[in-house]
Design a protein around this ligand. Structure first.
Ligand code: FES
Length: 607
C-alpha cells in the first residue's frame, strides 16, 4: 500500500491534492494506524457505503464492507496472503484490487489507503465510467452463465438510464457471435421479452430482460463461435438470388444458401424483399421444425427494429443452418394419412397469385374473420382449405386470413381439455405461435408465396382437432369470482386451469383494464422458471390480443387461452425471479445476510 504525506482528514471534504504523486480524490478518515495494526481490521463509512480496512503483511487495504455476491459484511471474512475470503459462500478477492477469483461473486470495490501522519484514510477516487463497467460485467455474466452477475448489470444499466433496447442489442450481438449453429431459442426468448417490455409494469423490465439474457447465455455456453460467410462480389439480381436461395435450402446446402442470402443483404434490399426471400424458402416445405423456423425468422426480423437494418446481415444469416436442416412435415405420416394434406396444400396454393390479384378487396370484416376462424376448426381438411379459398375470393386480405388462422389456433388452446396428456399443450402451442409468426410476417410482406404458410398453419390447426375432443368448456360459462387478485391462487395451486381462463375472460369482457391484466400475466410468466414455449405463447397472445378491437370477445378468449396455459404449468421453483430480487436489493444496499442468518456460517464455526 502506498503511504502518502499527511492530509488533513475530514469526511467528504474535497482533498487538497498535495504533492503531484498523490492521486486525486476525497480522504475519509477511518481511524488511526496503531488501532488498525492492533485489530487487523477497522470499519467505517464512505458516505452511505460501509468500508473496511485490513492490515496485512505490513500494508493497509480498503474494500467496500459488503460482499458483492450477497452482501455479507466482509470485515468478518478472513485475510491471508493478500486474499480476502468471504465467509458466506467463500468467494475470494484480491485485497489490493478487489478483483474476485470466483466470478460468481463479482469484483468488490477497492479503495487506496492514505496513512499519512498515522491516520487511516480511505481515498475515494473520482467516479468511474459506471456504464462502461456494467456493460463489461454484462458480457462477462453472459460468457460465464452467471445469472446474478447478469441481473446486477441489467439493473445497474437501467438505473443509469440505458434504454432496454440497448441492453437487448448487447444480448443479440452476443448471441449471434457465439453460437455457431446460429439463431436459437435464447435469441427468440430475448426478442420476445423485448417485445413485451412496453406491456409490463415498468418495475418488471429488468426481470424480463434478465430472463431473455440468461436464455441467450445458456444457449451459447459450451458451443463454438460463429463465422459468417462473405457475400459474392458479383451481386446477381434479387430474382436470381431468391431462386438460388430456395434451391439451396431445398437441397440442404446451408453454406451456399448463406452466401446467396448474404449477397442479397449486401445489395441493400429491405425488410419486405428479404422476408419474401427467406420465408418463401421456409414455406416451400410444410410447417418445418414444428413451426419454430417461422417463429425464429419472424423474431429475427423483429429484433432488427431495435438494432437497425444495418445489422440485418449479422442477424438474418444466422437462420440459414436451421432452415436448411429443418424437419419437413410433408415427410411425416400425420400429413399424409388418412388424407394426403401435402397434395391438398399443393393444389390449393398453386394459383394464389391469380386469386389474390383478382379478389375484390375491402369487403371482409372482423366478424367475417371470427366466423372464418370457427370454420377453420372443421373436422374436414377440405372444408378448412375451402373456407380459406372462399374468404380470399370474398376479399379477405392476406393479413385477415393470417389473423383468422392465428385466432383459430388460439381457440384450440382455449378449448384444450385438461384430460389430454400434459405434453400436448406443446402441440396447440406450436400451431398458435407459428400462426402468429405467419401473421406478423404477412404484415411485413403480404405476398402469395407467404400466403402458402397461412394455409399450412390452418392445416396444422386442423391436425390438433383431437385435442379439443372433448372440448373444455369455454370461459364464457365461468361464474366464479373475477378480481385480478383471484388469479394468484391459479398460479400457486396446480390444476386451476379453467378458473384462470374464466377470470381473465370476465376481467376483459366486463370492462376491466386489459393493460393491467396483461401486466399481471406477464409478471407471473417472469416470476416462474418459465420454459421456452411459455415466452413464445405469451408474446404471441399479446400480439394477437392487440390485433383485435379493445375488449373484443376474440381478444378476451386469446388472453384466456394463455392464462390457461400458464395455470397448467405453474407453480415452479421461481428461482430466477428470486435472483433478480436479490440483485435489486443488493443495489439498494438492503441487508440480505443480516436478516437471513441468525448465527455465524458453518465456515466460521469450523475454524
Ligand atoms: S460469497 Fe460473499 S455473500 Fe456469498
Amino acid at each position: 500500500v502506498e503511504t502518502r504525506e499527511h492530509h488533513e482528514p475530514a469526511d467528504h471534504e474535497p482533498a487538497d491534492h498535495g504533492p503531484a504523486d498523490q492521486p486525486p480524490g476525497l480522504r475519509v478518515r477511518i481511524g488511526n494506524l496503531e488501532d488498525l495494526q492492533k485489530a487487523g481490521c477497522l470499519t467505517g463509512k464512505v458516505g452511505s457505503r460501509p468500508v473496511c480496512v485490513f492490515w496485512d503483511e505490513g500494508a493497509a487495504y480498503a474494500v467496500e464492507d459488503r460482499c458483492p455476491h450477497m452482501g455479507f459484511p466482509l470485515h468478518r471474512g478472513t485475510v491471508q496472503s493478500g486474499l480476502l475470503t468471504c465467509h458466506w459462500h467463500h468467494a475470494r478477492f484480491d485485497l489490493a484490487s478487489g478483483g474476485t477469483l470466483d466470478p460468481f461473486a463479482d469484483d468488490v470495490t477497492a479503495y487506496p489507503v492514505d496513512l499519512t501522519g498515522g491516520d487511516v484514510c480511505v481515498v475515494v477516487d473520482p467516479p468511474r465510467d459506471e456504464v462502461a463497467r456494467l456493460r463489461l460485467r454484462l458480457e462477462e455474466g453472459l460468457e460465464q452463465g452467471i445469472s446474478l452477475v447478469v441481473a446486477k448489470a441489467v439493473i445497474g444499466l437501467l438505473g443509469a438510464g440505458v434504454e432496454p433496447a440497448e441492453i437487448v442489442a448487447t444480448g443479440v450481438h452476443f448471441g449471434t457471435r457465439y453460437r455457431g449453429q446460429g439463431w436459437g431459442t435464447g435469441l427468440t426468448v430475448l426478442v420476445a421479452m423485448s417485445n413485451i417490455v412496453p406491456f409490463l409494469d415498468p418495475s418488471d423490465t429488468a426481470l424480463a430482460l434478465v430472463h431473455g439474457l440468461v436464455f441467450v447465455s445458456n444457449d451459447t455456453r459450451g458451443r463454438p463461435a460463429r463465422f459468417a460467410l462473405e457475400p459474392l462480389s458479383s451481386g446477381p439480381d434479387l430474382g436470381r438470388l431468391c431462386a438460388w436461395y430456395r434451391q439451396f435450402i431445398d437441397t440442404r446446402s446451408s453454406d451456399a444458401a448463406e452466401r446467396a442470402l448474404a449477397t442479397a443483404l449486401s445489395s441493400g434490399h429491405g425488410p419486405a424483399e428479404m422476408t419474401d426471400m427467406m420465408l418463401s424458402a421456409v414455406t416451400d416445405h410444410v410447417f418445418i421444425d414444428e413451426g419454430h423456423v417461422l417463429d425464429f425468422t419472424n423474431k429475427a426480423f423483429e429484433c432488427l427494429g431495435a438494432l437497425g437494418w444495418g445489422s440485418a446481415s449479422e442477424v438474418l444469416t444466422t437462420l440459414v443452418t436451421q432452415t436448411a436442416n429443418a424437419r419437413r412435415h410433408e415427410e411425416e405420416s400425420a400429413w399424409r394419412h388418412p388424407v394426403n394434406l401435402t397434395v391438398l396444400l399443393r393444389d390449393s396454393t398453386a394459383d394464389l397469385e391469380t386469386r389474390l390479384s383478382s379478389a375484390h378487396k375491402g369487403d371482409f370484416t372482423d366478424a367475417d374473420i371470427d366466423a372464418l376462424a370457427w370454420d377453420l376448426l372443421s373436422e374436414s381438411p377440405v372444408q378448412v382449405v375451402g373456407a380459406l379459398d372462399r374468404s380470399l375470393d370474398a376479399g379477405a386480405s392476406p393479413e385477415q386470413l393470417a389473423r383468422a388462422v392465428a385466432y383459430a389456433a388460439a381457440l384450440r388452446i382455449v378449448r384444450f381439455h385438461t384430460q389430454n396428456d400434459h405434453g400436448d399443450w406443446n402441440e396447440v402451442h406450436h400451431a398458435f405461435t407459428a400462426s402468429n409468426a405467419m401473421h406478423q410476417s404477412i404484415l411485413r410482406s403480404p405476398s402469395p408465396l407467404l400466403l402458402r404458410g397461412v394455409y399450412q398453419c390452418a392445416l396444422r390447426v386442423y391436425l390438433d382437432r383431437f385435442l379439443n375432443v372433448p372440448a373444455a368448456r369455454l370461459p364464457t360459462t365461468y361464474e366464479g369470482p373475477a378480481e385480478l387478485s383471484d388469479l394468484q391462487a391459479c398460479w400457486d395451486t396446480e390444476g386451476k386451469v379453467d378458473e384462470a381462463g374464466g377470470i381473465v375472460y370476465r376481467l376483459i369482457t366486463e370492462g376491466g383494464d386489459a393493460d393491467r391484466v396483461i401486466a399481471a400475466l406477464g409478471r407471473q410468466l417472469l416470476t416462474e422458471d418459465a420454459g421456452f414455449h411459455w415466452y413464445q405463447i405469451f408474446e404471441a397472445a399479446v400480439r394477437q390480443f392487440r390485433a383485435w378491437p379493445e375488449q373484443s370477445e376474440q381478444g378476451a378468449l386469446i388472453l384466456a387461452g394463455v392464462a390457461r396455459f400458464l395455470a397448467a404449468h405453474t407453480p415452479t421453483r421461481r428461482e430466477l425471479s428470486h435472483v433478480v430480487h436479490i440483485a435489486t436489493r443488493l443495489r439498494r444496499g438492503e441487508p440480505l445476510y443480516e436478516e437471513r442468518v441468525d448465527e455465524e456460517p458453518a465456515y466460521e464455526e469450523a475454524t
